[in-house]
Design a binder for this molecule. Structure first.
Ligand SMILES: [Ca+2]
Length: 483
C-alpha cells in the first residue's frame, strides 16, 4: 500500500512541478560576421545601423570575450554541433562529401531530440553529405546528411553563399528537383566569377537567398510553436559571406555600400525572429543566441594591394575600401577570417532567456563556442556521458550565462590552415607548427590583457610559459578530450 501511495505521490508531483516545459532554443549563427559590425560593439551609427541587434544587447546579455573554434566556417560549425575541437578530425578541403560528423558522435541536436525537442536547421550546412568520400551527386538519394545528425527538419544551403551547387536542399534532397538535367551557368559579382552546376531545380538568387531562409525559418517556427514540444532552431545565415549581395529592400541604404546594406539584412533577420517570438508570447521562454562562425574577411588597413602583381585579392580590396570609410569590422582585433589572430576568432555573442539570464548586461568573461553544447546540456538536464564522442571539449559555462564569474581552464582556437592557439590567464600562444614547415615562424606568445591587438611578441621573454602552453596542447591532443 505504501508503495502505491509513493507512486501516486510521484505522479502528482510530476504533474504539478515536473511539467515545466524546457526552454525553446534558437541559435543564430551568422557567417563571417565581425565583432565590430554591430553598433552595440562599436560600429559607427552614421555608417550602418543595427537596431535589432542593439535591442537584443539591451534585452539580454552582450559578451565581449567569446572565441570561436576556428577562423573559418566548417571547423567552427563542427565544433558547435559536437562540442569537440575540429582539429580532432580532418575537416578542411570539404567538397560536399563525406558527412563530417561520424554516426557515433553525440551532437547538440541529437541531445535535444533525446530530451523531446523538435529540431531544425535552416541555412548554411557545410558539413558534407553521404558516407563515402569523393564527389557526391546530390540528385541521388543521400544515405546520411543534416537530418541524420539529429535534425527533424532541414532546409539548407549545402556549402555557403555563392557555392557551385546553387540550390537549396530540404531534408537532404535537392529542393524542387524536376529532372536529372544540368545546365551550367555563371554569374559575376565585383569582378569575381561564380559558377553553378545548373540543377533542374529552383536556383538560389544572390539577393533573395537570405529572404528565402527567413521565410523557411519563420514557417518552421510557426508550426513548431503550435506543439507542446519545445523546439530548437539552428538558423545559420548566409549573411555576411561573400558575395555581399543585399536585398533590394536595403540596397543603397547605408554609407558603407553593399557591405553595410548586407548588415541591414542581417539585422532585419534578427528582428524577424525576435518579433515572431514576441508575437507568439514565447520570447521569455526561449533561449536566443546570436553569434558568428568567424570574423569578417578583412586585413588591417595596412594591407598593401599595390605590392601584389595582380593588384591584390578582390575580396580583401573590397573589405579594405569598406574599412577606410571608418569602421573596424572586427573591432580593434588583428586581421580577420582565416588568421590565427583575434580578428578571425573574437566574435560577437549575445544571449537572452527572459529573466533567467541578466538583461541589459555586458560580460567580459571568456568562453568558447565549443561550450554551447555542455551549457545547454546542463540547462535541459541532459547527463553527458563524457568521452571522445560526447562533447569531449565542452565545458558548461552556465554561471557565465547567468552573469557570474567563472574561469574556463583555457581557450583553444585554430586558423584556417590548422595552426592552433591556446590561451590561459591572458597569455595566448600560437603554436605555428605541424602541417607545413613554412609556418614555423608564426610561433608566438602575446599577453592579451595588456596587448589585445597582438603587436608585441613575448615568446623570447616568457619561453617557459610558451612551453607550458605547448605541452597543454600536446596533452589535449593525446587524450582526445580536454574536459
Ligand atoms: Ca564563415
Amino acid at each position: 500500500m505504501k508503495k502505491y501511495f509513493t507512486l501516486i505521490l510521484m505522479l502528482v508531483s510530476s504533474l504539478a512541478f515536473g511539467a515545466k516545459k524546457l526552454p525553446n532554443i534558437v541559435l543564430i549563427l551568422m557567417d563571417d560576421f565581425g565583432y565590430g559590425c554591430i553598433n552595440a560593439n562599436g560600429a559607427p551609427e552614421n555608417l550602418v545601423q543595427t537596431p535589432n541587434m542593439n535591442s537584443l544587447a539591451k534585452e539580454g546579455m552582450n559578451f565581449s570575450n567569446v572565441s570561436t573554434l576556428c577562423s573559418v566556417c566548417a571547423p567552427t560549425r563542427y565544433g558547435i554541433m559536437t562540442g569537440s575541437f575540429p582539429f580532432r578530425v580532418p575537416i578542411r578541403d570539404i567538397q560536399y562529401s563525406p558527412l563530417h560528423i561520424a554516426a557515433e558522435k553525440l551532437t547538440l541536436q541529437k541531445m535535444l531530440q533525446e530530451k523531446g525537442y523538435n529540431t531544425a536547421i535552416v541555412g548554411k550546412w557545410h558539413m558534407g553529405f553521404g558516407s563515402k568520400a569523393g564527389p557526391i551527386d546530390l540528385r541521388k538519394p543521400i544515405d546520411v546528411g543534416a537530418n541524420s545528425t539529429g535534425f527533424n527538419y532541414s532546409f539548407i544551403v549545402p556549402q555557403n553563399h555563392g557555392d557551385v551547387m546553387g540550390i537549396f536542399m530540404e531534408n537532404d534532397a535537392i529542393w524542387g528537383l524536376k529532372s536529372d538535367e544540368m545546365n551550367p551557368y555563371e554569374s559575376e559579382w565585383n569582378g569575381i566569377k561564380f559558377k553553378f552546376f545548373g540543377f533542374d531545380a529552383p536556383q538560389r538568387v544572390f539577393d533573395t537567398t537570405q529572404d528565402v531562409l527567413n521565410e523557411k525559418a519563420l514557417a518552421w517556427l510557426e508550426e513548431a510553436s503550435k506543439s507542446d514540444k519545445p523546439f530548437y532552431l539552428y538558423f545559420a545565415t548566409t549573411a555576411l559571406h561573400a558575395p555581399f549581395t543585399p536585398s533590394k529592400k536595403n540596397a543603397g541604404k547605408t554609407e558603407l555600400g553593399e557591405y553595410g546594406d548586407y548588415i541591414l539584412d542581417a539585422d532585419d533577420m534578427v528582428g524577424l525572429i525576435v518579433n515572431f517570438l514576441k508575437k507568439k508570447n514565447i520570447y521569455d521562454d526561449t533561449i536566443l543566441i546570436l553569434t558568428a562562425d568567424n570574423g569578417a574577411d578583412c586585413e588591417t588597413v595596412d594591407y598593401d594591394r599595390s605590392k601584389d602583381p595582380n593588384g591584390g585579392n578582390p575580396i580583401l580590396n573590397y573589405m579594405q575600401d569598406v574599412q577606410r570609410k571608418g569602421i573596424r569590422l572586427n573591432g580593434e582585433y588583428r586581421l580577420g577570417k582565416g588568421s590565427m589572430f583575434e580578428g578571425g576568432t573574437h566574435i560577437p555573442f549575445m544571449l537572452r532567456w527572459g529573466k533567467n539570464f541578466p538583461q541589459d548586461a555586458r560580460s567580459d568573461e571568456e568562453f568558447s563556442l565549443v561550450d554551447i553544447m555542455a551549457t545547454i546540456a546542463e540547462i535541459v538536464d541532459y547527463k553527458l556521458e563524457r568521452g571522445e564522442h560526447a562533447a569531449p571539449d565542452s565545458f558548461s559555462v552556465l554561471n557565465i550565462w547567468k552573469g557570474k564569474k567563472q574561469a574556463r581552464p583555457y581557450i583553444v582556437t585554430e586558423s584556417g590552415n590548422g595552426i592552433r592557439t591556446i590561451r590561459k590567464d591572458g597569455f595566448k600562444y600560437i603554436e605555428g607548427i605541424v602541417r607545413d614547415a613554412k609556418v614555423e615562424r608564426f610561433k608566438r606568445l602575446y599577453n592579451l590583457h595588456e596587448d589585445q591587438k597582438e603587436t608585441k611578441d613575448l615568446i623570447r621573454v616568457f619561453p617557459d610559459e610558451a612551453q607550458e602552453l605547448q605541452d597543454k596542447l600536446d596533452e589535449i591532443t593525446a587524450l582526445k578530450m580536454s574536459y
